[in-house]
Design a protein around this ligand. Structure first.
Ligand code: KG4
Ligand code: ZN
Length: 362
């Protein structure tokens, strides 16, 4: 079964050809990072215009690399939310036009569910691994620039795919957003996550003792705005002068105090995330942990989650870095299971900026 995935929810235009739900025949991503860098964040109008211009060539390239024709697809899976409305509409309109002109079924995919599938795709493709699908229930931690959520993952009642319960979410900033804002404060560049990740191993993670925001009730919710404000206060108190964000910075030209700050910030974020897995484990007794979203590319978070799983004898599903940030292979993988369940969209499909994957349970 051949699925074309299309993703354009934020600042990456992506198309991928995926066979049988996990075998990636091609995955093409056009990043707009260069376009938005000088603004220090994504400018929605610019993003939408860029998607409109690149979606056609990107789909063509994905088909070319996979060696397939437009008429070969069993279904076209497209992200319809959450995300920026203008950006989403570029992908949705293109997918609808293809679906209508080719008579190919259309499948609507939630971007967050796509991230969850990214965590399991590679293991599904590697049939030599003992357990290729996660033992359920699982906890899925989705950490990206727009979202930080913890889901309980259960088997779908049809037997194909999953169903989800939202058990924790951020009450303010997403983890990736905190990374980006802290990097902006320090003038390190955009996006901040990969830059801080690169610098942190050269610093002392205990140099700045940040207190972790405590959510008063026993919920599994997160909060990252406290740590962001604490970084700002530290920068002001220590008279740290921001660098020039337009130049590339590495450990040789960044002042040691800033590297220590980056290391301490990262350690605190990782501790907050792992602590929530710990609490989720005690409450829901999962058998597997799925980690995904852009921040899942973070080296310290990856090894902390790996160690956590080893210590508690849980299966760890951590995607390769290329599948952590936005891509269309994960959208095709999620779309595959929806298509198998015959959950099809029609030409009335619209963008849903605040689409939820599941309702929050208390
Ligand atoms: O999933 P994604 O590509 O887009 C959203 O759906 O938001 O995630 C992008 C986020 C950005 O905030 C970026 O700074 C962060 O992921 N990120 C990282 C790393 N790589 C990307 N954060 C920490 N460490 C990284 N290595
Ligand atoms: Zn994403």
């Amino acid at each position: 079964m051949l699925i074309l995935g299309i993703e354009s929810s934020c600042d990456e235009t992506a198309a991928a050809v995926v066979e049988n739900g996990f075998h990636i025949r091609s995955s093409v991503i056009a990043s707009q990072v260069g376009l938005h860098r000088k603004y220090g964040g994504v400018v929605p109008e610019l993003a939408a215009r860029e998607h409109v211009m690149s979606i056609g060539p990107i789909v063509r390239q994905a088909c070319g690399e996979a060696g397939v024709r437009y008429g070969d697809f069993d279904a076209i899976a497209v992200t319809y939310g959450p995300g920026l409305v203008g950006s989403l509409l570029a992908g949705i309109s293109y997918a609808k036009a293809m679906s209508m002109s080719l008579g190919t079924p259309l499948v609507a995919v939630n971007h967050i569910e796509g991230h969850i599938y990214a965590a399991i795709m590679e293991r599904l493709a590697d049939s030599t691994k003992e357990s290729s699908t996660p033992s359920l229930p699982a906890l899925a931690l989705v950490v990206s620039g727009g979202h930080t959520s913890l889901f309980l993952v259960l088997r779908h009642s049809s037997g194909t795919g999953f169903q989800y319960q939202l058990i924790g979410r951020t009450r303010d900033d997403a983890a990736g957003e905190a990374y980006d804002k802290v990097a902006k404060m320090l003038g390190l560049g955009y996006p901040g996550g990969p830059i801080i990740d690169r610098l942190a191993p050269f610093g002392n993670p205990k140099a700045v003792p940040f207190t972790k925001t405590k959510i008063s009730d026993q919920s599994l919710d997160f909060s990252f705005s406290g740590i962001k404000t604490a970084v700002l206060r530290y920068v002001q108190k220590s008279s740290i002068r921001p660098l020039d964000p337009r130049t590339h910075h590495d450990e040789k030209d960044v002042p040691p105090i800033m590297i220590d700050l980056a290391a301490s910030f990262q350690r605190t974020v990782v501790d907050i995330l792992v602590r929530s897995l710990q609490r989720g484990m005690l409450e829901y007794h999962p058998k597997s942990i799925l980690l995904s979203g852009g921040v899942a590319a973070n080296s310290e978070l990856r090894s902390a989650v790996q160690n956590f799983c080893a210590e508690h004898k849980l299966e760890a599903y951590i995607p390769p870095p290329r599948l952590t940030t936005d891509n269309a292979a994960m959208i095709a993988a999620a779309g595959h299971d929806h298509f198998q369940r015959q959950e099809l969209a029609d030409l009335n499909l619209n963008a849903e900026a605040s689409l939820q994957l599941a309702k929050k349970i208390q």
